[in-house]
Structures are given as C-alpha cells and as structure tokens.
Design a protein around this ligand. Structure first.
Ligand code: CP
Length: 367
C-alpha cells in the first residue's frame, strides 16, 4: 500500500488535485486522508443508511469526520463505471430559492448515477392550489427513495415528516437549520486544518469569529452546533452582533454543554485582529421576511485581519463581503462552495445504503 495519499498513483484516482474554484484558497483533499492514516470507518457511515438529516445535531464529531473523509476520497476518485446510485431516485423539493444547495445536490446525485426529480419552485406544485405539505409528503413516498427539501417555514420539516416515510435531508427550513451547509462548511474547514480530526491539538487552537445572529440564521446556527464539538481545537468563539442575545434558545442550550467559551461583542474591527476563522452570513430570517446584516459589519481587503486568517461565508452574499477579497488568501468561501458536491455525495451514498457500490479500490485503500 502507498504510504500517503500524496503519493497515490493508483488507478481510479485523479493524478493531480484539479482546481475547482477560480479564486482564493484551494484545498487539497489528501491532507485529511493522510492525517487519518487513510482509514475510513465504513461501519460508522453505514449507520446513516435510511436515516434523515434534519439538524446538525444529528451528527456527532466522529460521523462528521467520516463523512468529510469520504468526501475527500470521492473528490479524488474517478467514479467511472461503478454507478453507485444506479436505480435510486432522489427528489429535490425546493419551496424557497437556492443556487448552491439544490444544484450541488443534483450535481452530486447525477455524478453518482442517481435519477433526480426536481421541484425548483414550490409554486409549480399543488401548493399553488392550497395543497398541504403533509399531503405532498404522502405523494413523495411513491415518487422517490430520498427527499431533499428546502422551505421558508421552520415547522415544514415536522409537517412533511407526518406523512413522509422516506429519509429526509433538511436543505434549510426558515430560521431553523441548514445541516448540510454545516457539513459543507466543516468539509472545507477540516481540509484547511486536518489536525482538527485528531483528539488532541498538534497546532494552536483557533479563535473563531461569527458575524451575525446564529439564532435566526439557519446556516450559521448549524455551523455553530458543529463548532461546539471541537472543544480541543477551538479556544473561543466570538459572536459579533448588534443583538443582545444572538444565540437564541437552542444554541444557548448547546453552549452550556460545551467547554468552548462564547463571547458576544459589537465592534467588528476591535475583535477582527484576534480571529483565525471569520464566518459571516448575509441574511437573518424573521418569520416571513429577511433582514440584512447590520451595515457596520463589512469585510474587505483592508479590514484589520490577523495574519493567516480565513473568511468563510455560505453565500449568497450581498455588500457585507467585498469582492476585492476574492483574489486573496483570505477567501475560503469559494473553496467551501466548490467542495459541496463531494460532501453531499458522501451523505447521499451513506443515507441510500450504497457504500459497498463504490469502487472496490476505495475500500481496499481505506479499510
Ligand atoms: N448556501 C446556500 O444555502 O446557498 P443557496 O441558498 O444558494 O442554496
């Protein structure tokens, strides 16, 4: 067996890591596989078969790590003739607009040879005539093997699950959660700092900054749920927000169970020079409307960043993240978006119980 993936020339792997984002940092998936000594816990991934993912809290640190390692393996692999999701039909039901989530899920599914039935806009369903989400869930039982749903309403997950018997992936529910965005975020972050997978830090723990209100920003909420699992690797979380309690009920509860201290501050430029990782988002959900990030929170090329700091953003962005950062080594957000296909492929193959349909050499090299 080869000693590291850096040296892998095995048939079925891409010979070089191909750049998949035009600007900013590019992340090599081999580092994460090497720090894990090329081992994947296939049995642990198998526990996802037939399960739903509706909250980031459905994942623990081990499962997140295994999904990210499998994503790295898939990023390096020519899937070729193995057709791992052949015979499976995936429903992407988007009752709210999306660029990245729907298209990266559909791209992931197509590249694994699943069939995709897509609802790109809820208005083209019976919703336009007053049909209930519960009844739509009942119909989905006979139309597909897995449902990926985005909706404007926070209770949409509970409502569709009243009748849906297929596994459900929550692709964003109002101000609720966006667990696969958090998976994608951590896929990028773990490729940037593979040592986070080790039980104890081998490098200095990071100071993580979150700009916004995680309590009402679903992607940020899911991201912070997972951040709280990395107690040895994150020394502190600073939330930069104009609100007195930006965490909200669920994150406050999760925070109490974690040893990572969380502080709230209002002055971005004061805390920015201390942050290693800066996570920002654009919009907060307020029931039936959105609110932009406070105008005082802007990042640009001349912001007072710490040396080596990186910026993450789930996108889409508005004015809070200046395009003049795109061409710098602060930009992790394009790599974040680019890795989405592979992290989501790992999830689809696991939930659909098709790990053994992946090319044999993946199992041989990593078991
Ligand atoms: N990050 C994210 O959820 O993007 P979309 O709204 O484009 O899916």
């Amino acid at each position: 067996m080869v000693s590291t993936f850096q040296e892998t020339k095995t048939k079925g792997f891409r010979p070089e890591s191909e750049p998949i984002n035009s600007k900013g940092l590019r992340l090599d998936p081999r580092g994460l596989l090497d720090i894990a000594e090329q081992k994947i816990d296939w049995d642990l991934l198998d526990t996802l078969a037939g399960r739903s993912l509706t909250s980031a809290q459905d994942l623990d640190r081990n499962l997140l790590g295994e999904l990210c390692k499998l994503g790295c393996l898939l990023e390096l692999t020519e899937i070729g003739q193995s057709h791992p999701l052949d015979g499976k039909t995936i429903i992407t039901a988007f009752f709210e607009a999306s660029t990245r989530t729907r298209l990266s899920f559909e791209s992931a599914a197509h590249r694994l040879d699943a069939k995709v039935v897509s609802v790109p806009d809820g208005k083209v369903t019976g919703v336009a005539k007053g049909e209930s989400l519960e009844d739509i869930g009942e119909m989905f039982n006979s139309y597909g093997d897995l449902v990926i749903m985005r909706h404007t309403e926070t209770d949409s997950v509970e409502r569709i699950q009243e009748c849906l018997m297929r596994p459900l992936i929550n692709a964003g529910n109002g101000s609720g959660e966006h667990p696969t965005q958090a998976l994608v975020d951590w896929y990028a972050l773990l490729k940037w700092r593979p040592d986070f997978l080790l039980p104890e830090p081998t490098k200095r723990p990071v100071h993580l900054g979150v700009i916004g209100t995680p309590g009402s920003m679903r992607a940020v909420k899911s991201f912070v749920f997972l951040a709280l699992l990395f107690e040895s690797h994150i020394e502190r979380i600073s939330i930069v927000s104009e609100m007195a309690d930006p965490l909200g009920l669920e994150l406050n509860k999760a925070d109490q169970a974690s040893t990572i201290p969380i502080q709230v501050c209002q002055d971005l430029d004061e805390v920015l020079p201390e942050l290693d990782v800066v996570y920002m988002n654009s919009l907060a959900f307020l029931g039936d409307s959105y609110r932009d990030l406070d105008k005082s929170f802007r990042l640009h090329r001349d912001s007072p960043f710490k040396d080596g700091a990186i910026v993450m953003h789930p996108l889409a962005r508005k004015n809070e993240l200046d395009r003049n950062l795109d061409d710098t080594n602060k930009n992790l957000y394009f790599a974040q978006a680019a890795g989405a296909v592979f992290a989501r492929q790992a999830l689809l193959v696991s939930i659909l119980g098709r790990l053994r349909a992946l090319p044999d050499h993946l199992h041989y090299l990593t078991s």
